[in-house]
Ligand binder design. Sequence first.
Ligand SMILES: Nc1ncnc2c1ncn2[C@@H]1O[C@H](COP(=O)(O)OP(=O)(O)O)[C@@H](O)[C@H]1O
Ligand SMILES: CC(=O)N[C@@H](CCC(=O)OP(=O)(O)O)C(=O)O
Length: 260
Amino acid sequence: MSKPKLHIIKIGGNVIDHEENLSSFLVDFSKLEGLNILVHGGGKKATEIAKKLQLEPKMIGGRRITDADNLEVVTMVYAGLLNKNIVANLQKNNCNAIGLSGADGNAIKANKRIVKEIDYGFAGDVDEVDTNTISVLLENNLIPVFCAITHNKEGQLLNTNADTIASELASGLAKKYEVSLTYIFEKKGVLESIDDEDSVIESIDSEMYETLKNNNIIAAGMLPKLENCFYALSRGVAEIHIANSDFITNKNTQHTTLSL
Ligand SMILES: Nc1ncnc2c1ncn2[C@@H]1O[C@H](COP(=O)(O)OP(=O)(O)O)[C@@H](O)[C@H]1O
Ligand SMILES: CC(=O)N[C@@H](CCC(=O)OP(=O)(O)O)C(=O)O
């Protein structure tokens, strides 16, 4: 028997930060049929609030160094302010969304990120996705909306890159569903030249990814995004696209498709 289709869409900080863009994206998202999950970042907002609190934000390799004070900020911003605003807006559009962190329903268990010589603080790498609660929600016509906060099952919240949350959810759910994963951000796709919006690379496989990396064509947040894409493809996710929000309503709009 074929698996039911599931669409996981991730939106980044630049989409969330523009009220009009976010609102029109959420209208389009609310009209999607079938099973859907939304994952949101919000790094830009967290940086803005941290600065207001005189905390100096620090990113390494697209990931936030999350000390105890910054963990409080990201928890309030991602799991509170942004997640609840997004859910309220979806509810306004008659989309029955339910906001979740990785601690809710034990959906996403993580461990403190340990990489040689870099102390990321309370940043988490995902160990396990528990798909049971998520499936129950989907089967009852609820639309899960995940923020970038996970837990370690010992009472510690952790800050996890939102692209990773999307790819781990997609990978975990691929056992039960035919998963299509879409990363929505402010550009049309992965660009050959960052200043030329029309230089979209239509398809990227793992070999081309290495070449693009070596030629410094992709950098910053695009590095973990693509890493997450190839990880998800290797774990059985059926299709992955990187695009701007026009793609939600028009699949023919220019975008990047990933393959192994
Ligand atoms: N070749 C590239 N094409 C498109 N974006 C790129 C490229 N290389 C680096 N980037 C940067 O990656 C960013 C996207 O990553 P990130 O900031 O994590 O996105 P998101 O908004 O989804 O969280 C873009 O805003 C852009 O500045
Ligand atoms: C550990 C880590 O880096 N977490 C990210 C989570 C938010 C995020 O990924 O937001 P965008 O998708 O908007 O970039 C951060 O705090 O920036």
